[in-house]
Design a protein around this ligand. Structure first.
Ligand code: 13P
Length: 287
C-alpha cells in the first residue's frame, strides 16, 4: 500500500524502532524489498537516488513500476516511494511523477539558501500529501557520483530546519555512504544527542546504514533515529551471490543462463539482507 512516510516514521520514533529505507535499482531490487516487507509485516521505504532514477529511464518509469508492482503483488504493508538526496529540480520531477515522499538535500548550500528552498518544498510537498526529509551537515563518502566530505550537523541549524515543518531530518553525525574505512571513528553520539534535544519528537534519519555495528544502530535508535538508509549492503550481497553462481559455472549448465535463473541468487541475497536489517531495526510486525 503506497503511502507517504510521515505516519510510519512518527510511529517508529514513538515506538523506539526504525524503518529501513532500501535503495532500489531495478525490478529485482524492488520486488525483493516489497516481498520481504510483506512477509515480515514491516513498513518499508523504497529509496531512489537521482542516478538510479536515470538508470531506470526516469522517475516516471520508477513510479509506474512501483505502483503496479505494489498492486499486483497485493502488498498491504505501508510502502513509501522516496527520492533520496534530491536536488531542487529532482524534487519537482518526483512530485510530478507520483512519488509519495521526497528528500531535499540542501546541505551543500549556505544555511539561508537551504532554509529558503526547504521552506518552499515543504509547502509544495505537504499541499500534495507527500512527506519531506531535509538534511543538515553532510553525509561523507560517495553515492552515485555525489561526494560528501562528511561533517557533523550544527544542532542549532537542525532546529531551524526542523521548525520549517519537515517530516524527518537527516543530520550528519560522522556517518558515510559506502563501506566504512578501517580508521572510521564511529558515530558522534554527542552530536546526535544534542540534535535530538533540539528537535523534540521529530524522527531523525541515519544515512550510510551499511556496515554500522549493531550496538551503534541500537544506540542511535534510542536517541531518536527512526529511519535508516541502506544501499551498498544490498549491492554487495547481490554481487557476491551472483559471482558465486557464475564461478560455480551454473550459468553454463542447462538453461542456467536464463536471466530468471542467473539473477535468482542475487535476488534471494537482497531479501536476506533486508530481513537481517529489519530484525536489527525492530520494524518486523509493525505494519
Ligand atoms: P549506504 O550505501 O552506506 O548503505 O548508504 C545508503 C544511504 O544513506 C542512502 O541515502
Amino acid at each position: 500500500m503506497l503511502v507517504n512516510a510521515k505516519e510510519m516514521l512518527d510511529k517508529a520514533r514513538a515506538g523506539k524502532y526504525a524503518v529501513g529505507q532500501f535503495n532500489i535499482n531495478n525490478l529485482e531490487w524492488t520486488k525483493a524489498v516489497l516481498l520481504t516487507a510483506q512477509e515480515l509485516n514491516s513498513p518499508v521505504i523504497l529509496g531512489v537516488s537521482e542516478g538510479a532514477g536515470k538508470y531506470m529511464t526516469g522517475f516516471e518509469t520508477v513510479s509506474a513500476m512501483v505502483a503496479a508492482m505494489d498492486k499486483s503483488l497485493g502488498i498491504t504493508v505501508p510502502v513509501a516511494l522516496h527520492l533520496d538526496h534530491g536536488t531542487y529540480e529532482g524534487c519537482y520531477k518526483c512530485i510530478k511523477a507520483g512519488f509519495t515522499s521526497i528528500m531535499f538535500d540542501g546541505s551543500h548550500f549556505a544555511i539561508d539558501e537551504n532554509i529558503a528552498k526547504t521552506t518552499e518544498l515543504v509547502k509544495v510537498a505537504h499541499g500534495l500529501g507527500l512527506s519531506i526529509e531535509a538534511e543538515v551537515g553532510s553525509i561523507g563518502g560517495e553515492e552515485d557520483g555525489v561526494i560528501g566530505r562528511g561533517e557533523c550537523a550544527d544542532p542549532d541549524e537542525c532546529k531551524m530546519i526542523a521548525d520549517l515543518g519537515v517530516d524527518f531530518l537527516a543530520a550528519g553525525i560522522g556517518n558515510i555512504h559506502g563501506k566504512y574505512p578501517e580508521n572510521w571513528e564511529g558515530l558522534s553520539f554527542e552530536t546526535l544527542a544534542a540534535v535530538n534535544e533540539k528537535v523534540g519528537e521529530l524522527p531523525l534519519v541515519l544515512h550510510g546504514g551499511t556496515g554500522i555495528p549493531a550496538d551503534m544502530i541500537k544506540k542511535a535508535i534510542s536517541l531518536g533515529v527512526a529511519k535508516i538508509n541502506v544501499n551498498t549492503e544490498c549491492q554487495l550481497s547481490f554481487a557476491d551471490a551472483t559471482r558465486k553462481y557464475v564461478e560455480a559455472g551454473k550459468d553454463l549448465q542447462g538453461k542456467g543462463f536464463d536471466p530468471r535463473k542467473l539473477l535468482a541468487p542475487g535476488f534471494e541475497a537482497i531479501k536476506a539482507t533486508v530481513k537481517e536489517k529489519m530484525e536489527l531495526f525492530g520494524s518486523i510486525g509493525k505494519a
